[in-house]
Ligand binder design. Structure first.
Ligand SMILES: Cc1ncc(COP(=O)(O)O)c(C=O)c1O
Length: 444
């Protein structure tokens, strides 16, 4: 694994990978979405090796999870030492120090300078479920605002907030009532036909002018759930005034502003949390994915005066597992010492290379992002902006065959969410590979 660039030895999948995929197809839930046949055997930094010895550059990071790269030695050491000392005790019933230490760390990191309290879960969706319950409990209100294109998880509460793909809804009704979805601040495809110059933040204005007058009494609205950068929806970056207005509406009507930073948080955007780019202070923030470099952990960090629910109101057997927490403390140390800065620097370099793709390739409609959270939206026509989902899938597949692991986001966007350890050379390789694939599909 010494090489830091891809090396493909077999056709894909190779024979050993294929044998594993054949077995997988007999026993694993067919609901998993595998974009292409990658079998991972080991990983180091931004590189992943399959069982046939093919080496890939990972710009997917286990869905934006391995923030410090695969198997960072300091994270591995922290996990090994903690596993030898104490694997599980259940923070619900007993105390252990590293859980307190991580809560203190997160409370310090979340912007706003207010006292904070932390609830630990194991996955993003658990943090969102906790947020739904906390919001209902503390406000005494039962309804929520969320955004079209949002992804907040797939369990019953978070799934009701999710408005990403209809296949995620089909056949599962009824769902948690009381969620009102409104268009997100997608300036490339403004739902209100505005341009950045003519925008009066209609996408927030609609809350007061339509929702509160028609279907949602303002004093029944517990919280607004919003991703600072819409992740699964297509890596969409809203303007700062979107958050200014959301904060104002929330404050005016006693509604909680709950930021889902499960994908955008933990250094990915070149700041610890994406909300710092927009100077918005959340009442509650949900974290997972990158928080522990691949160990299952999530955290819900709330204003201390909000997280006052009584003993037994909410808890989890495994949430805040000591080994996951040790990984998280090591991860945050690395992020603060070097990797947030690397995400900003290499992300800036990558964006500088990609920004003019729309001028160079007719199928690229938009390139957007912050730090190492970058989306490339594919269209059939730059004027009509007709989405090109199949072209997107084709590029992702072609990049895989050239050793670059990517994922889609939204119907027609390529997402770049590499580990935050990537080098400029790796960023250049990714950009060149994507450009060569874009060039290839562009030819008749
Ligand atoms: C913004 C956001 N929220 C919530 C989730 C759900 O996280 P998990 O899959 O860990 O439950 C995701 C997962 O992609 C996400 O991107």
């Amino acid at each position: 694994m010494e090489s830091k660039l891809p090396h493909i030895l077999t056709s894909l999948p190779g024979p050993k990978a294929k044998a594993i995929i054949d077995r997988d197809q007999q026993v694993i839930s067919p609901s998993y979405t595998r974009s292409y046949p990658l079998v991972a055997e080991r990983g180091q930094g931004a590189m992943v090796e399959d069982p046939d010895g093919n080496r890939f550059l990972d710009f997917a990071a286990g869905i934006a999870v391995v923030a410090t790269g695969h198997c960072h030695p300091q994270v591995v050491k922290a996990i090994q030492e903690q596993a030898a000392r104490l694997i599980h005790m259940s923070g619900t019933d007993f105390y252990y120090e590293n859980m307190v230490q991580l809560a203190e760390t997160l409370a310090r990191l979340v912007p706003g300078g207010q006292p904070r309290r932390v609830y630990f879960g194991n996955s993003g969706t658990e943090a969102i479920e906790a947020a739904i319950k906390l919001a209902r409990h503390q406000t005494g209100r039962g309804q929520f605002i969320a955004f079209r294109g949002a992804f907040h998880g797939r369990t019953m509460g978070s799934w009701a907030l999710t408005a990403s793909k209809s296949i995620q809804k089909k056949g599962f009704f009824p769902m948690m009532p009381g969620v009102h979805h409104i268009p997100y601040a997608n300036c490339y495809r403004c739902a209100y036909g505005k341009t950045p110059d003519s925008c009066a933040v209609e996408c927030v204005d609609v809350i007061e002018t339509e929702l509160f007058r028609t279907t949602l009494p303002s004093d029944d609205c517990a919280a607004i759930f919003v991703e600072p950068i819409q992740g699964e929806g297509g890596y969409i970056v809203p303007p700062k005034k979107f958050f200014d207005e959301l904060r104002r509406v929330a404050d005016d009507y006693g509604i909680l502003l709950i930021l889902d930073e499960i994908q955008s948080g933990m250094g990915r955007t070149g700041k610890m949390f994406a909300c710092e780019h927009f100077d918005v202070v959340p009442d509650v923030i949900a974290l997972a994915k990158g928080i522990a470099s691949g160990m299952p952990l999530s955290a819900l960090v709330a204003r201390a005066d909000l997280m006052t629910w009584p003993l037994g109101a909410h808890a989890s057997t495994f949430g805040g597992n000591p080994v996951a927490i040790a990984a998280s403390l090591a991860t945050i140390g690395l992020l603060e010492r070097e990797l947030i800065e690397n995400a900003a620097r290499v992300g800036g370099h990558l964006m500088a290379r990609l920004r003019d793709l729309p001028q160079r390739f007719p199928n690229v409609g938009d390139v957007r992002g912050l730090g190492l959270m970058i989306g490339i939206e594919l269209v059939h026509d730059q004027k009509t902006k007709e989405r090109a989902p199949l072209l997107r899938d084709q590029i992702v597949q072609m990049c895989f065959e050239r050793g670059l692991l990517l994922l889609g986001a939204g119907p027609n966007t390529i997402r770049l969410c590499p580990p935050l350890v990537i080098t400029k050379d790796q960023a250049d390789f990714a950009a060149e590979t994507i450009e060569s694939c874009l060039g290839a599909i562009g030819r008749p």
